[in-house]
Structures are given as structure tokens and as C-alpha cells.
Design a protein. Sequence first.
Length: 181
Amino acid sequence: MYGMVNKALQEMVFAAHGEKVWDQIKERAGVDVEIFLSNEAYPDAITYQLVGAASEVLQAPVSDLLEAFGVHWVLKLAVPGYGHLMQAAGSNLKDFLVYLPNFHARISLIFPNLNPPRFLCSDVTDNSMTLSYYSDRRGLSSFVVGLLKGLARHFQTAVTIEQTQVFGADSDHDRFSISWP
Ligand code: HEM
């Protein structure tokens, strides 16, 4: 994944726990990178190792960390750093989510080696929809939940998210039922 992912993780841990704790996490992860370059691609394994080590050092479940990271990604990285892309994608939660399947195509223009997630919206009503999430990567459904919660906070919309399908033997994707007032 592009270095911006690891960098954002570092910033989230820095803000909450400081530099020493981040150094501990890197050491436990066996990751010897001083500065992550946003525009450079790093092996996915580095990100997974950092998240796993953070879970051990902070004694928090991986799912909790990934969810918090999703919120952080939207509110601390996407909105302040890519405001124009966020605004172009929609001015409310529903419009943004309907646009989401196309969103990373825009991002691919900036990051040509992106291996983005794929989203599909269905059963769209004025206050609900089904969102299907496809990825070549495993174990990131809590990240998606956090991203959705971050978007809901950004658009100041109360949201209910329920995972109705889980990737596994019976399904090639995760599926979420999302509703708002
Ligand atoms: C301007 C905002 C955003 C940028 C710049 C961005 C960029 C990226 C980048 C660089 C990656 C790593 C993939 C790679 O390097 O191959 C990624 C992954 C991902 N992004 Fe975004 N993203 C943005 C917003 C969003 C939003 C709003 C969602 C909403 C749900 C989202 C969902 C995901 C997911 C789930 C992944 C994990 C990869 C996977 O599932 O395979 N992103 N994104």
C-alpha cells in the first residue's frame, strides 16, 4: 500500500500515545522505516505487521484499531488533505456513498499503482442502502466501518451500520446495511 497509509497510522498513534509508543510498535513489528513516503508503494505486509504490533502494544483488538483508523483517515487525512475530491464526491452522506464506487478511480490518477477497494451500492432509498465491499486484501471490514463512521461524522449524519454478509466460504465480499434518519 502507498506510504500514506502507514504514515496516517503513525500520525494517529503519535497523536494519542506519542513517539515512544510508535517506536515500540515499529520495533515489535520488525519494521525499520524511519519515514514513510506518501507516494511510494510499500508491501501490504508492513501495514499488517504495524497494525498487529499496535494491537499488542496498546492492548486493543485489531478491529477496534482499524475502526479508529477509518475515522482518522476520513477526518484527519481525506477531509483536510483532499477537500476538493471529497467535495466533488458529494455534499451529503447518501450522495457520497452513491459516488463511492467511482471514488478511487479519481485517486488512481494521483496514485497510479493503487490497488483500490471496490464498492457497489444497491437497494438505495432516501434513508438507507446496501453497500458491498470487494477487496484483494483480507481482514479490513472494521476499517470500512470506521470509514463509514468518519463519513457520517463529516456529514453530521447519525448512521446505523450493520454487517449483513462476511467474506468467506459463502461470499466473495463483505456487505453492509447502512441507514440514516
Ligand atoms: C481522499 C480520500 C482518499 C484517499 C486519498 C484514499 C486513498 C487510498 C489509498 C492510497 C489506499 C491504499 C491502497 C493502495 O495503496 O493500493 C486506500 C485504501 C482503501 N480505501 Fe481509500 N482513499 C480515500 C478515501 C476513502 C474513502 C472515503 C473510503 C470509504 C469507504 C475508502 C476506502 C478504502 C478502503 C476500504 C481501502 C483498503 C484497501 C482494500 O480494501 O483493498 N477510501 N485508499
